[in-house]
Design a protein around this ligand. Structure first.
Ligand SMILES: [Zn+2]
Length: 175
Protein backbone atom coordinates (compact mmCIF):
# COMPACT_ATOMS: atom_id res chain seq x y z
CA UNK A 1 0.00 0.00 0.00
CA UNK A 2 1.41 3.36 -0.95
CA UNK A 3 1.88 6.22 1.47
CA UNK A 4 -0.20 9.39 1.51
CA UNK A 5 1.11 12.53 -0.15
CA UNK A 6 -0.31 15.87 0.95
CA UNK A 7 -0.25 18.78 -1.49
CA UNK A 8 -1.80 22.11 -0.69
CA UNK A 9 -2.20 25.51 -2.31
CA UNK A 10 -0.66 28.50 -0.58
CA UNK A 11 -2.90 31.33 0.60
CA UNK A 12 -6.66 30.90 0.38
CA UNK A 13 -9.91 32.01 -1.17
CA UNK A 14 -9.78 35.13 1.00
CA UNK A 15 -6.00 35.82 0.79
CA UNK A 16 -4.64 36.13 -2.76
CA UNK A 17 -0.99 36.36 -1.75
CA UNK A 18 1.28 38.24 -4.16
CA UNK A 19 -0.23 39.76 -7.32
CA UNK A 20 1.12 40.77 -10.74
CA UNK A 21 -1.57 42.53 -12.80
CA UNK A 22 -4.51 40.14 -12.92
CA UNK A 23 -2.43 37.13 -11.91
CA UNK A 24 -2.74 36.07 -8.27
CA UNK A 25 -0.47 33.77 -6.30
CA UNK A 26 -3.41 31.89 -4.79
CA UNK A 27 -4.72 30.99 -8.28
CA UNK A 28 -1.31 29.79 -9.44
CA UNK A 29 -0.91 27.70 -6.29
CA UNK A 30 -4.36 26.14 -6.81
CA UNK A 31 -3.56 25.37 -10.43
CA UNK A 32 -0.32 23.66 -9.45
CA UNK A 33 -2.00 21.68 -6.69
CA UNK A 34 -4.72 20.48 -9.07
CA UNK A 35 -2.23 19.50 -11.77
CA UNK A 36 0.08 17.61 -9.39
CA UNK A 37 -2.92 15.88 -7.78
CA UNK A 38 -4.09 14.81 -11.22
CA UNK A 39 -0.78 13.14 -12.06
CA UNK A 40 -0.35 11.52 -8.64
CA UNK A 41 -3.85 10.03 -8.70
CA UNK A 42 -3.28 8.80 -12.23
CA UNK A 43 -0.25 6.96 -10.83
CA UNK A 44 -2.46 5.34 -8.17
CA UNK A 45 -1.06 7.33 -5.25
CA UNK A 46 -3.19 8.44 -2.30
CA UNK A 47 -3.38 12.23 -2.24
CA UNK A 48 -4.65 14.65 0.38
CA UNK A 49 -5.42 18.22 -0.66
CA UNK A 50 -6.75 21.40 0.90
CA UNK A 51 -9.52 21.55 -1.69
CA UNK A 52 -10.41 20.59 -5.24
CA UNK A 53 -10.84 22.90 -8.21
CA UNK A 54 -11.21 26.42 -6.86
CA UNK A 55 -11.24 25.23 -3.26
CA UNK A 56 -8.31 26.49 -1.20
CA UNK A 57 -8.54 26.06 2.55
CA UNK A 58 -6.78 28.36 5.00
CA UNK A 59 -3.28 27.76 6.30
CA UNK A 60 -4.71 26.53 9.60
CA UNK A 61 -6.66 23.83 7.80
CA UNK A 62 -3.76 22.96 5.49
CA UNK A 63 -1.38 22.46 8.42
CA UNK A 64 -3.71 19.85 9.91
CA UNK A 65 -3.28 17.68 6.81
CA UNK A 66 0.49 17.28 7.25
CA UNK A 67 0.43 14.79 10.10
CA UNK A 68 0.22 11.22 8.86
CA UNK A 69 1.43 11.95 5.35
CA UNK A 70 4.76 10.72 3.98
CA UNK A 71 5.44 14.18 2.63
CA UNK A 72 3.54 17.46 2.47
CA UNK A 73 4.21 20.24 -0.04
CA UNK A 74 2.55 23.64 -0.25
CA UNK A 75 2.88 25.65 -3.45
CA UNK A 76 3.67 29.36 -3.41
CA UNK A 77 5.23 32.04 -5.62
CA UNK A 78 7.95 34.38 -4.52
CA UNK A 79 7.65 38.12 -5.07
CA UNK A 80 10.27 40.84 -5.19
CA UNK A 81 11.94 43.24 -7.60
CA UNK A 82 11.12 42.66 -11.31
CA UNK A 83 14.55 41.10 -11.85
CA UNK A 84 14.40 38.60 -8.97
CA UNK A 85 14.02 35.05 -10.22
CA UNK A 86 14.35 31.38 -9.52
CA UNK A 87 12.94 28.47 -7.56
CA UNK A 88 13.52 27.55 -3.92
CA UNK A 89 12.03 25.40 -1.17
CA UNK A 90 11.78 26.17 2.52
CA UNK A 91 11.93 23.10 4.72
CA UNK A 92 13.42 21.49 7.77
CA UNK A 93 16.84 19.86 7.33
CA UNK A 94 15.16 16.41 7.27
CA UNK A 95 13.59 17.39 3.96
CA UNK A 96 16.64 19.00 2.38
CA UNK A 97 17.26 16.32 -0.26
CA UNK A 98 13.65 16.04 -1.42
CA UNK A 99 13.44 19.85 -1.47
CA UNK A 100 16.46 19.96 -3.76
CA UNK A 101 14.91 17.35 -6.06
CA UNK A 102 11.65 19.32 -6.26
CA UNK A 103 13.53 22.51 -7.19
CA UNK A 104 15.57 20.64 -9.76
CA UNK A 105 12.36 19.31 -11.32
CA UNK A 106 10.85 22.80 -11.61
CA UNK A 107 14.09 24.20 -12.99
CA UNK A 108 14.45 21.43 -15.56
CA UNK A 109 11.15 22.44 -17.15
CA UNK A 110 11.19 26.22 -16.64
CA UNK A 111 14.92 26.72 -17.23
CA UNK A 112 14.99 28.68 -14.00
CA UNK A 113 17.79 29.57 -11.64
CA UNK A 114 17.99 27.42 -8.50
CA UNK A 115 18.29 29.53 -5.37
CA UNK A 116 19.66 28.71 -1.93
CA UNK A 117 21.56 25.46 -1.27
CA UNK A 118 20.64 23.66 -4.53
CA UNK A 119 17.15 24.99 -3.91
CA UNK A 120 16.86 24.31 -0.20
CA UNK A 121 16.58 27.03 2.41
CA UNK A 122 16.00 26.62 6.13
CA UNK A 123 12.64 27.76 7.42
CA UNK A 124 13.90 30.97 9.01
CA UNK A 125 15.22 32.40 5.74
CA UNK A 126 12.02 33.09 3.80
CA UNK A 127 10.13 36.29 3.37
CA UNK A 128 7.06 34.47 4.60
CA UNK A 129 6.73 35.12 8.29
CA UNK A 130 4.07 32.45 8.68
CA UNK A 131 6.00 29.25 8.38
CA UNK A 132 3.68 27.10 10.45
CA UNK A 133 3.59 24.77 7.47
CA UNK A 134 7.34 24.13 7.73
CA UNK A 135 7.49 23.93 11.51
CA UNK A 136 4.78 21.26 11.30
CA UNK A 137 6.93 19.19 8.92
CA UNK A 138 5.83 20.39 5.49
CA UNK A 139 7.77 21.87 2.56
CA UNK A 140 7.01 25.27 1.03
CA UNK A 141 7.89 25.20 -2.67
CA UNK A 142 8.31 28.70 -4.09
CA UNK A 143 7.84 27.84 -7.76
CA UNK A 144 9.02 31.12 -9.31
CA UNK A 145 8.71 34.89 -8.88
CA UNK A 146 5.22 36.09 -9.79
CA UNK A 147 6.75 39.58 -9.93
CA UNK A 148 9.03 38.49 -12.80
CA UNK A 149 7.10 38.83 -16.08
CA UNK A 150 9.35 36.37 -17.93
CA UNK A 151 8.97 33.64 -15.31
CA UNK A 152 5.22 34.23 -15.15
CA UNK A 153 4.93 33.73 -18.91
CA UNK A 154 7.04 30.56 -18.82
CA UNK A 155 4.83 29.22 -16.03
CA UNK A 156 1.68 29.83 -18.08
CA UNK A 157 3.18 28.08 -21.10
CA UNK A 158 4.58 25.10 -19.21
CA UNK A 159 2.56 24.60 -16.03
CA UNK A 160 1.36 21.11 -16.97
CA UNK A 161 4.92 20.01 -17.62
CA UNK A 162 6.07 21.58 -14.34
CA UNK A 163 3.30 19.79 -12.47
CA UNK A 164 4.15 16.49 -14.13
CA UNK A 165 7.84 16.81 -13.21
CA UNK A 166 7.02 17.63 -9.59
CA UNK A 167 4.52 14.75 -9.40
CA UNK A 168 7.20 12.34 -10.63
CA UNK A 169 9.56 13.39 -7.82
CA UNK A 170 6.81 12.95 -5.23
CA UNK A 171 5.69 9.62 -6.68
CA UNK A 172 9.24 8.26 -6.47
CA UNK A 173 9.44 9.41 -2.86
CA UNK A 174 6.19 7.72 -1.88
CA UNK A 175 6.65 4.33 -3.49
ZN1 LIG B 1 2.99 32.77 -0.64
Amino acid sequence: MSKVITITAGHSNTDSGAVNGSDRESDIAQDMRNIVAHYLRAAGISVRTDGEGKGNASLNEAVKLIKGSAIAVEFHCNAGPKTAKGVEALAQPKDKLISQKLCSAVSSVMGSVIRGDKGWKPENSGQHSRLAYVSNGGIILELFFISNDDELKIWKDKKWLVGKAVAEVLANYAT
